[in-house]
Design a protein around this ligand. Structure first.
Ligand code: SF4
Ligand code: SF4
Length: 68
């Protein structure tokens, strides 16, 4: 099954945490204060984080998921 999942470009991410506040599933955490990390198994691909990110560091990508 193909599902959309959020992806973080860690080169662009400034670890502001805005995306984590927006996520309705709490799928995002700030890894060691350095960049946003997405828990893909929780992400539902809503796109709120992508729209909220001031650094345009998040992009939704389609993923082929084997066990889903
Ligand atoms: S796409 Fe939605 S569910 Fe997935 S990490 Fe972003 S805000 Fe959370
Ligand atoms: S909103 Fe963008 S810049 Fe801020 S932590 Fe999330 S991905 Fe990084």
């Amino acid at each position: 099954m193909v599902k959309r999942k959020a992806n973080v470009n860690i080169e662009r991410c400034v670890a502001c945490g805005v995306c984590a506040l927006q996520c309705p599933r709490q799928a995002i955490s700030i890894h060691r204060g350095c960049y946003a990390a997405i828990e893909e198994s929780i992400c539902v691909g809503c796109g709120l984080c992508e729209r909220a990110c001031p650094a345009s560091a998040i992009e939704l990508k389609e993923r082929e998921l084997v066990n889903d």
